[in-house]
Ligand binder design. Structure first.
Ligand SMILES: [Zn+2]
Length: 473
């Protein structure tokens, strides 16, 4: 996607690996169901005093107005796109199609794909190991551990969580806090409670029907998922394109987006299960739905002050809200790729020969299924209780891959040489931002100033690992 300085397109990706396609579809439909309306069922009300709950104290009250008393017209219109569930070649191709990014080849699967996605500038978040609702702590930690061990994503960069089936309880949220996550994004918001992200210090302002309104979890953020009301007013949350014709869905989505854009500029979300938009033999051609979605994304991207961001970028802005005119100067919104002159196993085409990590990934075989990784293959198939079994290759012997340390990022880590190629602030980056051609008023100056501005499609993926693992067993 070509983007102007005024239109940063960031996607965040969370990967959940799903058992097999049919099951994947079932899960996706369940997660994509329309949401119940009414956020304060049972007479409970949300109480939060903005005079005491302040961002400087890691606290923010739920509100439909922009933070920091910003006027809506000075506030960026953020859009997040998230992809849930498995990371498989065809699905990730669909995701890249959506971002209108041409991706040369998709020969890798599983963890190396996740690494490629992350290294391309997207976010990866936790969606449990076996894709279960109301998950145990080990469901949450085993997913994070595997993303770290086999995709080389630093633990500190895996900050978000989405509950499978959006089925969470107070115990889920308390676990997230205990395990060091920054945010949850499982609560649904209808137009009445379409709040900006907020912390759970004074309770959950959405989803009160589920009995979790009175939780108090200081500092844990909730990024609500914003619903799109259909023609009858029923809020559609995920995979809105499944609920009607492309024309109707586009109409509903545009109206919902305009409510945010012309209202309190609350973020807008597009929540996708790529499996619905991927062609499978014997199933209806999803292309009309995919085309409709791409055209909707292009239409909102052409509006002034619209920025596509990851959830992590959104929260960085929430912690220090600046006017839209200052966004392009924020380091965390820049689109940069490292300059590395030799191919290392980091999910990128470092030497520019059109291939990613050629001859550097390991193939891990467990019965019928295999996955690729830049890191050591486990000696046995991962399980919930033992997500990262010891490798048969010993530290210091030929072929050993060194795990990423917490003080290096994936793009810079050479797991073969045990080296972080960037250890200071003067590492060399290239700007991957592209000018966005638009008829909107914001696009005119794009070509002259785009060199100094970074903007590119970025998104967040919510990954559940285990279903795929089941497929291996
Ligand atoms: Zn899911």
């Amino acid at each position: 996607m070509r983007i102007s300085p005024h239109h940063l397109f960031t996607t965040e990706i969370t990967f959940t690996l799903i058992l097999f396609l049919l099951k994947d579809t079932v899960i996706a439909q369940q997660e994509g169901a329309s949401v119940s309306s009414g956020s304060n069922v049972g007479g409970k009300s949300y109480n939060c005093d903005p005079n005491t709950c302040q961002v400087s104290k890691d606290c923010l009250c739920a509100s439909k107005n922009p933070p920091n008393n910003l006027l809506p017209q000075d506030t960026p219109q953020f859009v997040t796109i998230t992809f849930d569930d498995s990371v498989q070649p065809t699905l990730i191709e669909t995701a890249y199609d959506l971002l209108n990014v041409t991706f040369a080849s998709m020969q890798y699967t599983d963890f190396s794909l996740v690494q490629e996605w992350y290294s391309a500038g997207h976010e990866v978040a936790d969606h449990t190991f076996t894709h279960v609702g109301n998950p145990s702590e080990s469901e949450i930690t085993s997913c994070r551990t595997m993303l770290n061990s086999y995709s080389g994503i630093p633990n500190g960069k895996i900050q978000g969580f989405r509950a499978p089936f959006l089925n969470f309880t107070s115990s889920t949220l308390n676990s997230l806090k205990k395990l060091g996550f920054t945010y949850d994004s499982s609560a649904s918001a209808i137009p009445d409670d379409a709040y900006w992200p907020y912390t759970l210090d004074h309770g959950m302002a959405n989803n009160c029907w589920s009995g979790i309104c009175d939780i108090q979890i200081p500092g844990l953020w909730e990024i609500p998922m914003y619903a799109v009301p259909d023609a009858t007013g029923i809020p559609q949350l995920m995979d809105v394109y499944m609920a009607g014709s492309p024309e109707d869905v586009s109409k509903w989505s545009t109206a919902a987006f305009d409510n945010h854009y012309n209202g309190g500029r609350q973020p807008f979300g597009i929540y996708i299960h790529p499996t619905h938009l991927t062609a499978y033999p014997g199933l209806p051609d999803p292309k009309p739905k995919l085309d409709g979605l791409i055209s909707f994304i292009k239409s909102i991207a052409s509006k002034q002050d619209v920025w596509f961001v990851t959830n992590q970028q959104l929260l960085q802005w929430m912690k220090n809200p600046v006017k839209v005119s200052e966004l392009k100067d924020q380091d965390y919104l820049k689109c940069q790729q490292p300059v590395i002159n030799k191919e290392i196993c980091n999910g990128l085409d470092d030497n520019g020969n059109g291939q990613i990590d050629e001859e550097l990934t390991n193939n891990c075989n467990f019965g019928a299924t295999t996955f690729k990784t830049c890191f050591n293959c486990p000696g046995t198939a991962p399980t919930l209780d033992n997500p990262t079994p010891a490798s048969s290759v010993q530290n210091g012997t030929a072929g050993y891959r060194y795990p990423i340390p917490d003080n290096c990022d994936t793009q810079w880590w050479d797991p073969v040489q045990n080296t972080c190629l960037c250890t200071s602030s003067d590492c060399q980056y290239k700007d991957t931002a592209l000018p966005f051609s638009t008829t909107g008023s914001g696009g005119k100056d794009g070509s002259e100033s785009s060199a100094s501005v970074s903007s590119i499609a970025q998104s967040t993926a919510y990954i559940a690992l285990a279903t795929s693992m089941y497929a291996w067993l």
